[in-house]
Design a protein around this ligand. Structure first.
Ligand code: URA
Length: 236
């Protein structure tokens, strides 16, 4: 069922094709369970993943899935591709075809990719106003300097999109390596930003999104489900 959010009484009235007065009666008779608990409130808000039963019969039981993948280089962030292996090809969950990708990585970028069937959660992470921080380790062909730090913090004008990038943090880790923190995800953003310095990116790896770190125990190409704590705290 394609339900986002609804009041329980409206949902039941529609599902059972009865009046809301009748729904109140059903609730008073303890016939409705919401997430395993007898429901009494008509105005409680339910969503796509609320578990609802009436007289022991399941009315809605969609599960939400949250997956982290350690994407290898050479795998495309898409659900289908005619040329390359996709991130979906790396998963073995029976529900994998329900998933969508939460923020893509380029073909030659490695690291943390999230997938879910919960579009509200993915919106929390991807809508521009949410400003969730994505962190990357970048290896460059040429030496870094303090100039880069200022340029990234000031933002760069991208004529093609007619936008200036939001302030980004660049931390120099060594002559050829930096940590970059972005709060947006423009097309090839990091490569284009270093392109301003004519400094090609040799390797790019995303290691965190919001408060979630790529699991260091997760080998390249493998995935795991997120814990409820990881799901809830990612953007706190
Ligand atoms: N910036 C890029 O250039 N590529 C990515 O995959 C992510 C950020």
């Amino acid at each position: 069922m394609a339900l986002n959010k609804a009041r329980l009484d409206r949902f039941l009235a529609q599902y059972c094709q009865v009046s809301r007065k009748n729904v109140r009666l059903m609730l008073a008779q303890n016939r409705v369970l919401l997430n395993g608990v007898i429901a009494h409130d008509i105005d409680v808000i339910i969503d796509t993943f609320s578990h609802v039963t009436l007289d022991g019969k399941v009315i809605q039981e969609n599960s939400a899935y949250y997956i982290m993948l350690n994407k290898p280089i050479g795998v495309v962030s898409a659900t289908r591709d005619t040329k390359h292996k996709t991130v979906l090809d790396l998963l073995e969950y029976p529900f994998k075809n329900e998933l969508h990708i939460v923020g893509r990585l380029d073909l030659n970028t490695s690291g943390l990719v999230l997938m879910t069937n919960d579009s509200r959660w993915s919106e929390r992470l991807t809508l521009p106003m949410k400003k969730v921080t994505k962190r990357y380790i970048v290896t460059l062909q040429n030496k870094l300097s303090e100039e880069y730090v200022t340029a990234f913090a000031e933002g760069m004008y991208f004529a093609f999109e007619n936008i200036t990038t939001k302030p980004a943090t660049l931390i120099i880790l060594s002559d050829y390596q930096a940590q970059v923190e972005l709060v947006e995800g423009r097309y090839h953003q990091i490569k284009r930003m270093f392109g301003r310095f004519r400094n090609p990116v040799m390797a790019l790896h995303r290691f965190s999104i919001g408060n979630l770190q790529l699991d260091s125990q997760l080998p390249s190409g493998l995935s795991r489900t997120l814990t409820p704590l990881e799901v809830n705290n990612i953007d706190k």
